[in-house]
Design a protein around this ligand. Sequence first.
Ligand SMILES: [Mg+2]
Length: 168
Amino acid sequence: MAPLFSDRLFIVDLDDTLANTTRDMRGSWENLPQLTLAPGAHQFVRRYGERTVLLTAGNEEVQLRKIAHLGLKGILRLEIVVPEPELKQAALESLLASCALPPSRFVIIGDRLDKEIAAGNRLGFVTVRMRLPHGRWGAYEPASEEERPHATIETFDELEGALLSLPY
Ligand SMILES: [Mg+2]
């Protein structure tokens, strides 16, 4: 099936968004072989991989190993690893500056309201919260309007429907 949202650029977080990190790794990178993709993520990257930038924070070697283990290498437009979550904002600003797309065509998907969602809202992106049932930040509530996502999903299967229901 052709992608419904072929005019968007998706910026997707890795841990507790594309992958079940908290549930599968249980706080230790030695459990990396058990790491699995979140529900619907496989289909999402098959459909939208060409239009997806993976933006993740953490140790570069560990994050790249997760990406390779999950079979995501080479099927996404770009993979960006920043050392700290605070640096995601600057990475998003660079992406916006380097792509000939208005901010409203960017869709950021992440589990952190204070990081991905707030950063996306500040830049005028469409913001989607991934709230995996076992996600570390699942119980967190928005602390400000800036942290309020446009939509919340629990699986990637819900993404297209969530975007269709938005007025943008
Ligand atoms: Mg995350």
